[in-house]
Design a binder for this molecule. Structure first.
Ligand SMILES: *Cc1c(COP(=O)(O)O)cnc(C)c1O
Length: 425
């Protein structure tokens, strides 16, 4: 059955025919594509077309799809047990590995998604500080829990109104939204009301890739210390992508709590939150902050995560993705050279090509990303799809590299991009 027929079948039963809205390709037009298999840096559609994948399941597939050793480990595990709803050695092993490799991760707890990780970290920060207020940044995505589903306007700090129907105003009134890379807007918000935590993607990938200015993250750390708020780094996307470990280590700024997801499950549903032991010890059953999960720490996901991280660290995975990244920079440099209508940015294995108004600077916050030419981006997406590349179906999403991508694939991506820019002016 082809993608169009499957989408029609799905749409009878599932809103929009998709189980996560971005998959509907609404931002770029056209119909969703259905896939049947994946290997390394490529996907195969139900029609049998091979496509180079820069979405990588929105980040998790750091080693490429179906790395043989991860597959073997998961198969072995599946024949042993895939859920106890009780304790197992694997969750101890993965916790120990993350503790050993991630500086600042004194204690942690596993959950099953990034949304759960950020939602739980916030509750914990509120329990620890006894305060309700939180600060988030316009354009940073932290999953779909009520309190975090807020964007709001730019410039001056504003009390949030939700970006979704169905979220009580009483919940989001505690969420203040400020601009990324703008410490003054953060300090203004801290003066307004008692703040439990500042939550931030230290390297945002959910407004396209945006880089923190020198001193921005350190400034957040200092402001948190000054005002008694906790600093939460949501590294669900950027961990293992901007450095061998975290953005915290890359920039030398330690948060009080981390949120993880995506990569640490190697493609199976996992999240984690953790950090300072004195904060984490407030969690049930030790403390009064409740949090739980039927499938948390399930052996199948733990095994996939363990094998992925083992291969990543033992195989010096970051050296590989960084070298591919440099390769791609070199290939893209002549493509964007002298052009005022596109901007290229890469850090580690994340990258974005921004389609901007002539002469606009590389975006430093969401307001600047909103100036992008989304129609043109949509045409770029469709063009690349025809040429055999899946890029994220929205300008607001970062592209990813894996250790399994090849020079030939990157060269072809750069060539196709050049071709598009030459015909779409
Ligand atoms: C993807 C993402 C989340 C949400 O994770 P889910 O597993 O989709 O719930 C949270 N924060 C960041 C930074 C993300 O990129």
């Amino acid at each position: 059955m082809d993608s169009a027929s499957l989408h029609a079948r799905a749409s009878k039963l599932v809103p929009g025919g998709v189980h996560s809205p971005v998959r509907a390709f609404r931002a770029v037009g056209g119909n969703p594509v259905f896939f049947k298999s994946a290997q390394g840096g490529t996907l195969t559609t139900v029609e049998g077309r091979e496509i180079v994948d820069f979405v990588l399941s929105w980040g998790p597939s750091l080693l490429g799809h179906c790395h043989p050793e991860v597959v073997k480990a998961v198969q072995e595990q599946a024949s042993t047990a895939f859920s106890f709803g009780m304790c197992s050695e694997l969750e101890v092993e993965l916790a120990e590995m993350i503790h050993a490799k991630i500086k600042g991760m004194e204690m942690l707890r596993f959950v099953s998604s990034g949304t759960e990780a950020t939602m739980s970290a916030l509750r914990l920060a509120r329990g620890f500080t006894g305060r309700d207020g939180i600060i988030k940044f316009d354009g940073c995505y932290h999953g779909h829990s009520d309190a975090l589903l807020v964007k709001a306007g730019s410039g001056v700090a504003t009390f949030g109104t939700s970006s979704s129907a169905g979220v009580p105003a009483d919940v989001v009134k505690h969420t203040i939204v400020v601009d990324f890379n703008d410490l003054k807007s953060v300090e203004d918000a801290l003066k307004l009301t008692p703040i439990a935590a500042i939550i931030v993607e230290p390297v945002p990938g959910n407004m396209g890739l945006v880089i923190p200015d020198a001193g921005f993250l350190l400034g957040l750390r200092r402001l948190c210390d000054q005002y008694g708020a906790l600093l939460i780094f949501d590294e669900v996307m950027c961990a293992f992508r901007v450095s061998p470990t975290t953005a915290a280590e890359l920039f030398g700024v330690m948060p009080d709590l981390f949120c993880f997801g995506k990569v640490i499950g190697g493609g199976l549903p996992v999240g984690a939150f953790g950090g300072r032991a004195d904060v984490m010890q407030l969690l049930a059953p030790l403390g009064p902050v409740y949090q739980a999960g039927t499938l948390s720490g399930n052996p199948l996901a733990m095994r996939a995560g363990l094998e992925t991280l083992r291969l990543w660290f033992n195989g010096k995975g970051f050296d590989k993705t960084e070298s591919l990244g440099r390769d791609l920079d070199a290939l893209m440099a002549p493509v964007v050279a002298g052009r005022g209508d596109v901007k290229w940015i890469r850090l580690g294995s994340m990258f974005t090509l921004f389609f901007l108004p002539e002469g606009a600077p590389l975006p430093k916050n969401m307001e600047e990303v909103r100036r992008c030419d989304f129609g043109r981006f949509g045409r770029f997406f469709q063009f690349m799809m025809k040429k055999g590349f899946l890029i994220p179906p929205a300008q607001y999403e970062a592209n990813f590299l894996s250790t399994a991508h090849t020079h030939a694939q990157l060269k072809a991506y750069a060539a196709a991009t050049a071709e598009f820019l030459a015909i779409d002016k």
